[in-house]
Write a protein that binds this ligand. Sequence first.
Ligand code: GCB
Length: 643
Amino acid sequence: MLRASLFLLMLGCISSHGLLYPHETETRQVKSLDGLWHFRLDEHAVGESERWFALPELPEPTIFMPVPASFNDITQNITIHRHIGWVWYARDVFVPKTAGLRWVLRFQAAHYESRVWVNGQSAVNHSGGHLPFEGDITPFIKNSNDVSSKVRIVVAVNNTLTPTTLPPGELHIYSSTYRELETPFDFFNYAGIDRSVLLYSTSTTYIQDITIDTQSIDYDAQHTATSATLTYSITIAGSNSHNAVRVLIELLDTEGVVVANNTDSRSVLIVNKPNLWQPCGMNHTHPCTEHSYLYTLQVTLYNDASSREILDIYRINHIGIRTIRLTDSKFLVNERLFYFHGANAHEDSDIRGKGFDNVILAKHFNLYGWLHGNAFRTSHYPYADEFYHMADRFGIAIIGETPAVGLTKAHYFSPETLAHHKQVITEMISRDRNHPSVLMWSLANEPGSGLPEAKDYFSAIANFTRPLAAGRPITYVISASHNSDLGIQFFDMVCINRYFGWYSQFGRIDQIPDLVTQELAAWRQRFPTKPILMSEYGADTVPGLHSDPSMMFTEEYQKDYYLAYHSSFDNVSSLIHPTTGFFVGELPWNMFDFATDQSTIRVGGLNRKGLFTRQRQPKAAAFVIKYRYEQLEAVPTSYERVP
Ligand code: GCB
């Protein structure tokens, strides 16, 4: 029921980043700028001094470049493939001029450093790939006598990584023709405008940000949810900072019925008999091919306390009611044990590189459904928003990871990197926190966490993130040994990547079970109150290569490799041993083969640890994992009461 008291929001006193997904509503238009843009390399870095942003056309030679896509694999030109430095994109667009609207130019991501000009004027700059950035371009739109006016958008993007970027990198200039970007991570540094570009409108006074979390769920004796309390906050921004507006917050079920509402900008919603969002692939939930329950949050902004004039409406259609709790040995979702069993991935595919594509997106989720895989880590950077939307829908758990991969040298743990890391964490959590599928934040992958510098660095990262974490546990993914890591003590869970039988004990599948058992026991002994997850394990496999007995790189070896790990996992699994187990999940490396730098261990420039090829066809091990996950799905789980 609508509350009687309507709170007036005074504008102008609230500031927040606001990375709401650009959805179309009654008050918002969204225009896609995806398509073919004019593109050229800037090999001598002269574009900015020659003011290419102010020219009617980019200087020749230009080519057509699809957006979104990484530029590297679109042509047969090796110079474009391995280009390091600036590239330029340009296109014109018609923006309808409408009084009372602001137009925002939004880049879902571009890698790495971006500068954007609109009609020759600097409109927005951003540092860092994998996360959106946007700018209000209304002031740059020319006045004309027509109802619409042409807008020229020019974008320069630079993929050079440095010791203070995330991920870090180092440019080595050996001669005028020989430059290499050292990338201390194992994936190709694809670049360009690799996610969609959108132009969207809002009213001049608008809903800037929304946060919503499940605070608590009450259950009856049969563990049926009787009520849930959600906390939310709404941020309003706009041109008229002295105006008073009011806001209506409504939660709608899948039938469109309002089940809770409020008129405070920051308050709670109480939902009776809520339908819970459930992660898929557990005995008590649903298969990963079926939908989880999602509500819609509708926020309506009215002009003032008395008028019914609507200024803005925004809807989030992926609200999941669920809680997360970690005990010393279990990962609980809705107070029931959750066991991560999926596979890690990369945003990577033929021709597109890291370019977003709905075809790849849909195939991704169809294959997780086929595999009975209920989780993935967004290794090693935040993925495109659309992955989170689909994961919410199917109940697939996400461990959201920052691009802090490759922090392997002491000088990378600098104050500059720390400041940027905090900025990235803020942007990632601001963008992704309302997705119920995000169950944990991973703040780095395989840092040099045994280096003395790592201790203070990760203490600072943990302290910074904890108040922002929106109810999720925090972690980072470890390659260091149990007795050398200095940072995980500040975090909630131990996630380890281990490659026994691949990067060590070559060909010795027989050694794997004991090594895994000892490894898990050693971490448990050091951190008896933190659950443990195997966040990577895997073996490169060339599809079609066979041998019996199995040899490294064959399909048989990959099968044997996985089977050798599983008995050791099961001995300490919290799923199989609810009272003594502490091992909460397994994520093979990798779901798909993916591109990386050329080297003697990367046949064809690919990391071939995929259960599937880069073209998304299964290798033999995919059937082993599918069979295992079907078995894991059948294990019944108990309900843990909050003490
Ligand atoms: C790892 C890294 C991952 C690599 C993988 C490998 O530990 O986290 O980025 O791709 O090993 O295959 O070497």
